[in-house]
Design a protein around this ligand. Structure first.
Ligand code: NAD
Length: 507
């Protein structure tokens, strides 16, 4: 929860969104939402309890039969109207994301756009739900498959993408014929409410999409409710693991995306300036609060010294300020507690003996003295056993490790427990191909620092960055939100052999 200030109690209280309407929760618990650029509380957010989750499940269950039986094309038409409304409201959604998260407005616009692209993908659902058919799988016997919705689905999302990450989930789930309960991060709750209103305006029947707010209490009520059949989670690794284990124990379908430590491997033949620019954007964009941020650079051979110098020169010039400020390139961190935690990692790095090339701890922004700002920070000569390498810092702190060869660099990346994203910078096709083949990471860039897959591919990491089998959106998202049924059919006629007691073979 954000730290309240004395004005908090006078700020407006938000609502939950259940059965197509804004409703107040049944219990008294609430949190506060803070503008990270000013440090001021802007609104209060009600925390749902088990009773509220039950009300959301009842609404979603009641809406399910009609929605799942609606022809996919009719569902797609609602998605198309939702798409148009989301496009018309893109700036407002970006403004909300920027105000509550702290990221810059252009960055927020980009992330909302990437989310909207998932709605575009979901508009093609009639095609995506088509099954398989085999005529004469056996003599006179045909086989076909059906893709049917799973039921009531839930999504639990992190603070860093208030619009995009929820959109990874619910458009696909709902287009597939499921109903959905979203529990966004309590730090950035407003954009989800706006999307619920827009979806209703698009013609979505009440109860198909619901939004509940809250913390662990709300999440546990979701995980333990027998009326919820599938859970998608995106957040930190310890919570992802907890979600995965609890859902598995409760017999729910689950995909739980976790944290990251994304490496960029820079080979000696890489274009120095191009690479440095790419790394600066990937490390410090959104103040490093991206699950696909590059937080570790592995500099191979002689490129290390000039690369570190160029990174420092460029990082020093980044304009830090409020997300809606003119020309601002990097905003504040999400809460004061998180800013202090990241600053603590800089202390740790110094104590561990890493070389602090650029120190962001004394960053000040005129006129925003109470904002949660931290400047760009760069460490060199970091060793794999250091805490600043091992932990996900999730802030504007880039660490550089040195390696003597591509073999050493690949081994380093593969030894890391995370496996979300990675990138190689090189002019050698052979080296890039080798990297692509050997690296144990779910999303790989070749001279692309943040290889976030487009909506019609699927997004997901490996190892401690994803618990579960299927990635989000794209074809894997459709698979996650549907169950396959295989139907075997025979229409008897005079030549049909009589059934016997032996295992039938159809050839
Ligand atoms: P978080 O794990 O603290 O919270 C995520 C969600 O879980 C929130 O809705 C929160 O309310 C809930 N939650 C928090 N603590 C809980 C608990 N003890 N029990 C049950 N639920 C709990 O993550 P965050 O700080 O909001 O987001 C940052 C993290 O998310 C980073 O680790 C980042 O790498 C990760 N992330 C991963 C991806 C990905 O695709 N792999 C994408 C975005 C963010």
């Amino acid at each position: 929860m954000n730290s309240p200030n004395e004005k908090a109690v006078s700020q407006p209280m938000m609502s939950l969104w259940i059965n197509g309407a804004a409703v107040q929760p049944s219990g008294p618990r609430s949190g506060v939402v803070t503008n990270p650029a000013t440090g001021q509380v802007t609104r209060r957010v009600p925390f749902a309890n088990a009773q509220d989750i039950d009300a959301a499940v009842k609404a979603a269950s009641a809406a399910l039969p009609a929605w799942r039986n609606a022809p996919p094309l009719r569902r797609a038409r609602v998605m198309q109207k939702f798409l148009a409304l989301m496009q018309a409201n893109q700036k407002e959604l970006a403004r909300l994301a920027s105000e509550e998260h702290g990221k810059t407005l252009p960055d927020a616009m980009g992330s909302v756009q990437r989310g909207i692209e998932v709605i575009e993908f979901a508009c093609g659902i009639p095609h995506l739900l088509k099954g398989e058919y085999t005529e004469n799988a056996g003599s006179g016997v045909d086989c076909h498959t059906l893709r049917q919705p799973v039921g009531v689905c839930a999504g639990i999302t992190p603070f860093n993408f208030p619009v995009m990450v929820p959109l990874w989930m619910f458009p696909v789930a709902i287009a597939c014929g499921n109903t959905f309960i979203l529990k966004p991060s309590e730090k950035v709750p407003s954009a989800s409410m706006k999307m619920a209103e827009l979806f209703k305006e698009a013609g979505l029947p009440d109860g198909v999409f619901n939004v509940v707010h809250g913390d662990k209490e709300a999440v546990d009520a979701i995980l333990n409710h027998p009326g919820i059949h599938a859970v998608s989670f995106v957040g930190s690794t310890p919570i992802a693991k907890y979600i995965y284990e609890t859902c598995a124990r409760n017999g729910k379908r689950v995909q739980a995306l976790g944290g990251a430590k994304n490496h960029a491997v820079v080979l000696p033949d890489a274009d120095l300036e191009f690479t440095a620019d790419a790394l600066i954007g990937a490390a410090y964009g959104s103040a490093g609060e991206r699950c696909m941020a590059i937080s570790a650079v592995v500099a191979v051979g002689a490129i290390g010294d000039p690369l570190v110098k160029m990174l420092a020169d460029k990082a020093r010039k980044i304009k830090v300020g409020p997300g809606d400020g003119e020309g601002v390139e990097m905003g504040p961190l999400v809460t004061s507690a998180h800013r202090d935690k990241v600053a603590g990692y800089i202390d740790t790095g110094v104590a561990e003996g890493a070389q602090l090339v650029l120190d962001g701890r004394n960053q000040k922004v005129a006129g925003h003295e109470n904002g949660f700002f931290l400047g760009t920070t760069l460490f060199d000569r970091v060793k794999p056993e250091m805490k600043i390498y091992k932990d996900e810092i999730f802030g504007p702190v880039l660490v550089v490790l040195r390696a003597a060869s591509i073999e050493e660099a690949i081994a380093l990346v593969n030894a890391n427990p995370y496996g979300n994203g990675t990138a190689i910078f090189t002019n050698s096709g052979g080296a890039a191909r080798r990297f692509e083949e050997e690296i144990q990471v779910g999303m790989v860039g070749v001279n692309v620092p943040i290889p976030v897959p487009v909506a019609f591919y699927s997004f997901g990491g490996w190892k401690s960055s994803l618990f579960g089998d299927l990635h989000v959106h794209g074809v894997e998202g459709v698979k996650f939100y549907t169950r396959t049924k295989v139907v075997t059919t025979r229409w008897p006629h005079e030549d049909t052999p009589a059934a016997g007691l032996n295992m039938p073979t159809l050839g």
